[in-house]
Design a binder for this molecule. Structure first.
Ligand code: GLU
Length: 196
């Protein structure tokens, strides 16, 4: 089972995300990744193998954004590659998400989305969610997520962010854990209490 961490608040999100992922890593994982929003940029890094490999990617880099999500993956669909590591994004790199679980009807959804013109870049079941949410997104992320999940069969813990609906992390769960930590002017989400 993988791990999810998200943070939104006044602090830099990245150190909190990395620390949380480290605390969730005891269950085992094969790759990791994060996205942090910095102004109008989405800074995303992924690495295969140990969390230290991801940390090396960001060493000496100033990433200070106060909103981000991260993931340690245990692959179920698609090999252990950087492209398959989470987060996954939509065609416009607006919607980004991390997922714990299995989307059982992803093939059918993926075929339909490809016919509608969506471009997939990974082999995962997860990526279908970012394109499905893109299809329904009209400026309000939670509304798009609610519409999308009505079509989805499977298990999920999800943390989702959108550049075009800033300042929020939307979470959803079905048979996978997600918890929300509430601070003063800051929030954390995680798939395991150990991260919080
Ligand atoms: N099914 C997803 C994948 O293979 C998520 C796996 C996980 O829970 O880590 O990427």
């Amino acid at each position: 089972m993988c791990g999810i961490v998200g943070y939104v608040g006044k602090q830099s999100a990245l150190p909190i995300i990395i620390d949380g992922l480290r605390r969730e890593s005891y269950r085992g994982y094969d790759s990791s990744g994060f996205v942090v929003f910095e102004g109008s940029d989405a800074v995303c890094k992924k690495a295969v193998g140990k969390l230290e490999n991801l940390e090396k990617e960001v060493k000496d880099k100033e990433i200070k954004g106060g909103l981000g999500i991260g993931h340690v993956r245990w692959a179920t669909h698609g090999g252990v590659t950087e492209a398959n590591a989470h987060p996954h994004h939509d065609c416009k790199k607006n919607i980004w998400l991390v997922h714990n679980g299995i989307i059982e009807n992803y093939r059918m959804l993926k075929e339909a989305l490809i016919k509608e013109g969506h471009k997939f870049i990974s082999e995962t079941d997860t990526e279908v969610l970012s394109h499905l949410i893109e299809k329904f997104f009209q400026g309000n992320l939670e509304q798009a997520v609610v519409k999308s999940l009505k079509l989805v069969k499977g298990t999920y813990g999800l943390a989702i962010v959108a550049k075009d609906d800033p300042g929020k992390i939307v979470v959803a769960r079905n048979s996978s854990p997600i918890l929300i930590g509430v601070g003063e002017g800051e929030y954390m989400v995680a798939s395991d209490a150990a991260a919080v």
